[in-house]
Design a protein. Structure first.
Ligand SMILES: CCCCCCCCCCCCC[C@@H](O)CC(=O)SCCNC(=O)CCNC(=O)[C@H](O)C(C)(C)COP(=O)(O)OP(=O)(O)OC[C@H]1O[C@@H](n2cnc3c(N)ncnc32)[C@H](O)[C@@H]1OP(=O)(O)O
Length: 359
């Protein structure tokens, strides 16, 4: 029997070459790559009836020597892996296309379509990986339940503070500034003590965010609340307490419900926008109000010698706490810078992901 050449159809992806050889019920197949040339030999029913068919193809660029093939009732499918992850301009080294070779339009993709197909595949794999990782955590429900309750309690606490202060502002006007501390402090103490969880949660991996920004936030506020307002009675009836508490609660009545919804995999667009936007004016205003409180407390600490550090008798005086407060003022603006940058990053990450999802 004289060997004939079968019809061969080809297509490519970035990493692979697909060949379809038009021989049905192929037998005695011998397929291999040697020195970058594919050699095919086999018996079966092709364009010229039952016969022996063979062909060789020298590839344009290097391919891996191992070849996969599958013979079906209608054809022989061959997959050859490219050495590099590159798109080829044509299949063969020789510029003139062999007569028996043609594009396989069933599998044909141009380069950009193939890239898209690759990206879709990668996204699908990533999604499966994430889903299986999430499914693997047996305590996920418990963790989410705990976070939901934590956020709910904080939300209720801060809502009470915000509503109470707003109502008092409407009824009493500026007079409400002077006794904010006495009406609000207990609930604020409770919420801010509880807020220490916000440092612990990322530290133990319960929420995926940085420990440092949360530490700066919680410790910064607790310093103002417990040290400046808590220890100095003279500070407690100053209007600055109103502004500090009002600015703190204003962000929290949006932040905590946003987290609550996140715990039940729900999102309200307006709430997300508010959570990631209103800190822009509130944060600098909050730091400014806190700085005013610190500055106002300096003469009081100086006068009362409260929290001052006694030095040896020979020196004859003690180290006033006001020095620490002056240092704290500097740290505060450093903290503002760190957290402002962090919040900007969180904002753009959030809205970038959203945009990508929408496309
Ligand atoms: C004595 C020594 C003291 C030393 C310290 C020095 C201090 C310096 C002073 C600092 C100045 C502080 C000033 C400040 O007090 C003034 C004010 O607060 S004014 C009012 C305005 N303030 C704000 O807007 C800030 C509000 N606070 C925050 O936003 C956070 O506390 C902050 C840590 C700054 C940022 O939050 P986070 O990093 O968590 O970002 P995200 O909200 O995007 O969350 C990231 C992902 O984690 C999930 N997450 C987070 N927490 C929870 C939760 N409780 N429950 C459920 N899920 C949570 C969240 O959903 C995100 O997940 P995903 O990405 O999947 O959406």
């Amino acid at each position: 029997m004289q060997a004939l050449t079968p019809h061969v159809y080809w297509a490519q992806r970035h990493g692979e070459i697909y060949l379809r050889v038009e021989i049905s019920d192929a037998q005695s197949l011998s397929i291999g790559v040697e020195e970058n040339i594919l050699h095919f030999k086999g018996q079966g029913h092709g364009a010229k009836g039952e016969n022996e068919y063979e062909f060789s193809l020298e590839f344009l660029k290097p391919v891996k020597p191992e070849v996969k093939h599958k013979s079906t009732q209608r054809q022989v499918n061959i997959t050859v892996k490219k050495q590099g992850h590159v798109w080829w301009d044509r299949l063969t080294k020789q510029e003139k296309k062999p007569l028996f070779l043609a594009p396989d339009f069933d599998r044909w993709l141009d380069e950009s379509d193939a890239e898209m197909e690759l990206r879709e595949k990668e996204e699908k794999i990533n999604k499966i990986n994430i889903e299986s990782r999430v499914r693997k955590d047996p305590f996920l429900g418990l963790k989410k339940g705990f976070l939901f309750m934590y956020n709910l309690v904080q939300f209720l606490g801060y809502s009470w503070i915000f509503v109470n202060m707003t109502v008092r502002l409407f009824i009493l006007g500026q007079d409400s500034f002077y006794d904010t501390f006495h009406t609000i402090a207990d609930v604020m103490y409770f919420c801010q003590m509880l807020a220490i969880m916000e440092v612990i949660n990322p530290a133990v991996g319960l929420v995926k965010t940085g420990v440092m920004p949360a530490f700066i936030q919680v410790m910064g506020r607790n310093f103002i609340l417990f040290v400046i307002f808590g220890t100095l009675e003279d500070m407690q009836n100053k209007p600055v307490v109103f502004f500090v508490f009002y600015l703190w609660s204003m962000i929290e009545i949006f932040r905590y419900p946003f987290y609550m919804l996140a715990c039940i995999d729900t999102e309200w667009k307006l709430l997300t926008w508010l959570r990631y936007t209103i800190w822009m004016p509130l944060y600098p205003l909050g730091v400014l109000a806190e700085a005013v409180a610190v500055i106002q407390s300096i003469p009081i600490f100086d006068e009362s010698k409260l929290l001052s550090i006694p030095l040896p008798k020979a020196i004859g005086f003690s180290l006033s706490f006001s020095y620490i407060l002056q240092l704290y003022l500097v740290i505060m603006f450093l903290g503002l810078f760190i957290n402002f940058r962090h919040l900007f990053k969180q904002r753009s990450r959030r809205f970038r992901t959203k945009k990508r999802k929408a496309n």
